[in-house]
Each structure stands twice: as structure tokens, then as C-alpha cells.
Design a protein. Sequence first.
Length: 275
Amino acid sequence: MTGASSLATAERVARIPARPRTWPRTLGVVGVLAVLTALTATPALGGVEIDLGAIAKNWTNGADRIAQMLTPDLSVLPRTWQPLLETLQMAVVGAAISAALAIPLSMWAARPTNPRTPTRMAVRFVLNMIRAVPDLVYATILVAMVGVGALPGVITLVLFDVGIVVKLVSEAIDSADSAYMEAGRAAGGTQTQINRLTALPQTWPAYVSQVLYSLELNVRISAILGLVGAGGIGRLIDEMRGFYRYDALSTIVLEILIVVVFIELASNILRKRLR
């Protein structure tokens, strides 16, 4: 009896396949990445020109700037309150307008909620074009069109947020369970009723999560848009950079960091409550 069980155990062990050898494939991938890196860093082959001598020569300048930024000048804080408030206003208004626009656009861009292929493809094409243009390009054009201030910044944030939120929410609708929508269609419901009663409740958590994420992004982006005159604290950042006030610039960066962390914590609390 013991001999039979030992024989069966030996047969099972013999049938276990050998562990595949993955190191040749890993070595090949590493080799390919090394070759591509070398090619992109070789100026003669059209790669990026890296001047190590210039880096070594100018390192002291970078060290001086870093030393200045490690000693923030808090006396600049009173000048930052109004631009920072304008940045927050731009972020909130841009997120609110894009959130309102994202609901119908997400429904039109998803296959289960918009079975009409021409309109769905047209919406997706327009959204792809919106996402293809960088936000700084939007801000530069809008500043030339409507003038310096918060308005071009808000419009830029709306375009940026719509492109992101609609894409992610429409993909969530495409991957959601469509059995409820099919049941509503079989019961004689219109497409609008099906979208409102079945698709929207399923994608509501993803929609809220993406809107909150866009709000977090807006604070960072609006700080950059001010560099081209689109309002916010970016104009003050550009001013301090122009006067080589890196100690004051460090204070502004820390201030933005605190605001972003606070918004992220509030967003996480809201996400947990909405689950």
C-alpha cells in the first residue's frame, strides 16, 4: 500500500512541468532598452545632445538656486493671498462647468448610451481634438482673444477637464453592465429614460471621482497658466522668477503644495462617503 502511494506521488512529481526560464527574455528586453537609450542620446543619430561639461560648469548656479529655495521668504505671503484665491476660484469654476458638460457628453460618447454611430464618432473625434492641444496653447490663444485675466484660464480649464472627464466616464459606461439597459429597452423605454435610470446611476461613482480628480489637477494647472497671462498665482510666480527671487518662489510653491494636499484629503473623504 505504501509502495503504491509512493509510486503515485513520484508519478505526480514527474508530471509537474519544469519552471520556465524567463531570464533570456528579460535580458533581451533590457538590451533593447539599452540600445534605444544609446540611440536617443547620440547627437550624430538625431538624438538628444547632452553636454556633460556644461552641466558640470553650471552646477554651481543650480546649487545656489536650490540653496535659496531651501530658505523660504515668508514676507511675500501677504502678496500671495489674492492671486491664490483667484487660482482656487478658477479651479472650482472650471471643474463645475466641466462637470455639468461632462454628463451629456459622456452619454453621447459611449456605445451603450448612444447606439447611433455617426453622432458617437463625431463626439469622440471632437474630444480627441480637444485633448490633443496642450493647455498652455489654449491659454496663449485665449489670452490673445479675450485679454489677460482669469477668463482665459477658466475656459482653458473647462476644455482640459471636459477632455479628461468625458473620456474616462464614457469608458466606464462602456465597461459597465449593460443588461439593465437591455432590460429597459425591452420594456419599451426610450434611450433618454434608459440613460437616466440605468446608465447614470451605475457610472455615478466614477463620474464624481473623475470630477474631484479634475479639481485637484486644476489647482496645479491654473498655477502654470498664469505664466502666459491667464490669471491666478502663476503671474506672481513669473514675476518672482524674473527677479530671481527664488526664496519667495519657494514660499509660493509650498503654499500651492499645502492647498493641493488639503484638496486631495477632502476629495478622498468625499470619495469614501460616496462609495
